[in-house]
Write a protein that binds this ligand. Structure first.
Ligand code: ADP
Length: 156
């Protein structure tokens, strides 16, 4: 049985995140989606809200569980018996940062990180850009799961 961890802020989850998690659910027996709490970054949605949005999206995929966490990613990964961390890569900017993180996390814990290339249809999506566009009145319905879109409209 292999368990993958998909960590992120998910503030809010986009279809880019959902695509990576769905593909992980196909490749691995279990997927833990780790929602980083990070209150100091002043997220638009609380960790609990982000977790509930993702739980709704994956309510029919029993191999996916969504959990919030704080502190070191590798400590959380060890506490959940994770075999591998999976990160989505949109392009070289993601790669440069993620490679350093992957090497640090491996040094700290021995846990490997695998990279999954973004679905080209979602390569331009980031939570921060979606929020910015939505705040300025742009239409973001096609970039988010339906429940997330409704929550974002209400929050903004
Ligand atoms: P962001 O604020 O950059 O959207 P997160 O911290 O929530 O992101 O990202 C969690 C993980 O999801 C990271 O590995 C990130 O590279 C990946 N990710 C984010 N958006 C996409 C996307 N559109 N396609 C593929 N992977 C993505």
């Amino acid at each position: 049985m292999t368990t993958a961890l998909c960590p992120g802020s998910f503030d809010p989850p986009t279809l880019g995140h959902v695509d990576i998690i769905e593909r992980c659910a196909t490749a691995f027996d279990h997927v833990v989606v780790g929602v980083i709490e990070n209150p100091s970054k002043k997220p638009l949605f609380s960790a609990e809200e982000r977790m509930q949005m993702l739980e709704k999206v994956f309510e029919e995929t029993p191999s996916v569980v969504v959990v919030t966490f704080q502190g070191l990613l590798v400590d959380f990964a060890k506490s959940r018996d994770v075999d591998v961390i999976v990160k989505g890569l949109r392009g070289v900017a993601d790669f440069e940062y993620e490679q350093q993180m992957a090497q640090m996390n491996h040094r700290l814990s021995g846990i490997d990180t695998m990279f999954m290339a973004t679905n080209p249809g979602y390569g331009y999506l980031s939570s921060s850009l979606v929020k910015e566009v939505a705040k300025l009145g742009g239409e973001v319905a096609a970039m988010l799961p339906a429940n997330v879109y409704e929550a974002l409209k209400e929050r903004i």
